[in-house]
Design a protein around this ligand. Structure first.
Ligand SMILES: [Zn+2]
Length: 98
């Protein structure tokens, strides 16, 4: 699925180079600029290419088994966000927290 990250889904404004998480025209939340940037197909393809190169290099320098262990561990992880307890309470109890 290809999502249009360059256009505001609410008003159609071009937000491709906009460095903030809300549309400059209508204020709609468009996501963090760094996340929008790395969501581009060319960024994903470049990352995949670097990933494959590292695996090839690890086979040559003898670190393949360590890299596979790291890769396996990374697949079991998830993002963690550390927040203030008051924020967490408001976030979980307020329907409009986002
Ligand atoms: Zn907009």
């Amino acid at each position: 699925m290809n999502i249009d990250i360059d256009t505001c889904s609410t008003c159609g404004e071009d937000v491709s180079k906009y460095p903030k998480p809300n549309c400059p025209a209508c204020g709609h939340y468009i996501g963090p600029p760094n996340v929008r940037e790395v969501s581009r197909d060319e960024e994903k393809e470049a990352l995949e290419e670097r990933y494959e190169v590292v695996f090839e290099m690890s086979q040559e320098d003898g670190s393949y088994s360590n890299l596979m262990a790291l890769d396996g561990a990374l697949h079991k992880t998830c993002a963690v966000v550390n927040v203030d307890l008051d924020f967490l309470y408001a976030f979980l109890t307020n329907d409009k927290a986002l």
